[in-house]
Design a protein around this ligand. Structure first.
Ligand SMILES: *Cc1c(COP(=O)(O)O)cnc(C)c1O
Length: 349
């Protein structure tokens, strides 16, 4: 009996290959803080820790809870990138040897209290205006601006290298650095930054999406295969309408395959006609509106297509970016919105 289920196959060998591509773009002494927040962008936090421990120099997450989970499996540095806010949380950082980001003056009293026991990354706002200490407030942080700590910032437009804001941020970061009297380490770059501004790599870079193959750079590959099986095939005449709203009409006699996957699995409901998928190594296209549990695709030109064949929604051979770009979405959102009901499989941990 067939029990169809959408599947997510995550190949950690591909993630490690992507990390290798990142490394070849960086000075050899630059360390990699692999960002595995949001359940490793949908790739499973725990599996990521097991599979990547030898490939990176430390882990970046958002929450303390995520950091503690990593600590169960790894002795590497772990950074809680959105900081902590209570003495209980600081105690927990201390007990588990976890680093945290100080990004706001409101964190200063507690951070100072723990400054001899903990390592901090001090985040300055250089122009993104999201998190970060204003540069003119930095003087109040002098006791935290010491050798063992890291001075960091985050770029708003790393994926648009021509945007002027990048240069403004670099200048402001240099200006902040001039206020530091000690030999702190520095960290500026996320994934896009690694490829667009490798000269700003300093001591640590913080790639996330590039490890999973969610940005376009030669050598990077989507490390997850999202796929499901065809459970029905319709033979239609010209001018027949397909799916909810009948938004599309066949332009010729067509064979339409129905795939056992929908927006409740994490496939974007807003996917437009023409969005690519792969069936039996051939490119096929979405036709008609995506439903909760089903997607219709045009397999008229695909030889021998039959019920039970697999349809890849994205994979190493069909970049997740192709879907994202076509549908005005971002790869980050597609990866992190995969639903619980999708059956997971992990390779090469
Ligand atoms: C999420 C995040 C990153 C990683 O960003 P990518 O674009 O996925 O490489 C790096 N630094 C900080 C502070 C982040 O929040």
């Amino acid at each position: 009996m067939i029990e169809p289920n959408s599947e997510l196959v995550i190949d950690y060998e591909l993630v490690r290959n992507n990390i290798q591509v990142i490394k070849t773009n960086l000075p050899t002494n630059c360390k990699i803080l692999g960002v595995i927040k949001s359940n490793a962008y949908g790739h499973d936090l725990e599996k990521a820790t097991q599979a990547l421990d030898d490939a990176i120099d430390g882990y970046g997450v958002v929450r303390l809870g995520e950091a503690l989970k990593i600590r169960e499996n790894s002795l590497k540095p772990i950074l809680a990138m959105q900081g902590v806010y209570s003495s209980d949380a600081y105690d927990s950082l201390k007990q588990n040897n976890i680093w945290s980001v100080v990004h706001s003056i409101s964190q200063l009293p507690l951070a100072k209290q723990y400054q001899d026991d903990l390592l901090f990354w001090i985040k300055v706002n250089t122009g993104m205006n999201r998190l970060g200490i204003a540069i003119d407030e930095l003087d109040q942080f002098q006791s935290l601006l010491k050798d063992s700590n890291v001075l960091m910032t985050h770029l708003a437009c790393a994926d648009h290298p021509a945007d002027d804001l990048n240069n403004t941020q670099f200048k402001n970061f240099d200006y902040a650095w001039d206020r530091v009297e000690n030999d702190m380490q520095r960290s500026v770059l996320n994934s896009a930054g690694v490829f667009n501004f490798p000269d700003q790599a300093y001591d640590w870079v913080r790639p996330g999406i590039a490890m999973y193959g969610g940005i376009a750079f030669p050598g990077l590959k989507t490390a997850m295969t999202f796929r499901s099986q065809i459970i029905s095939i319709q033979s239609l005449d010209q001018n027949e309408r397909i799916g909810y709203g009948g938004r599309v009409k066949t332009s010729k006699p067509s064979k339409i395959a129905i795939v056992y996957c929908g927006y409740a699995d994490g496939f974007p409901q807003t996917a437009i006609d023409g969005t690519s998928v792969i069936v039996n190594s051939h490119k096929s296209k979405i036709i008609g509106r995506v439903s909760m549990d089903l997607i219709s695709i045009d397999v008229t030109e695909i030889p021998d297509c039959k019920i039970g064949d697999w349809c890849e929604l994205w994979s190493p051979d069909l970049s997740i970016l192709e879907n994202a770009k076509k549908n005005n979405l971002i790869s980050y959102e597609l990866m992190t919105k995969m639903s619980q009901r999708v059956k997971r499989q992990y390779l090469n941990i």
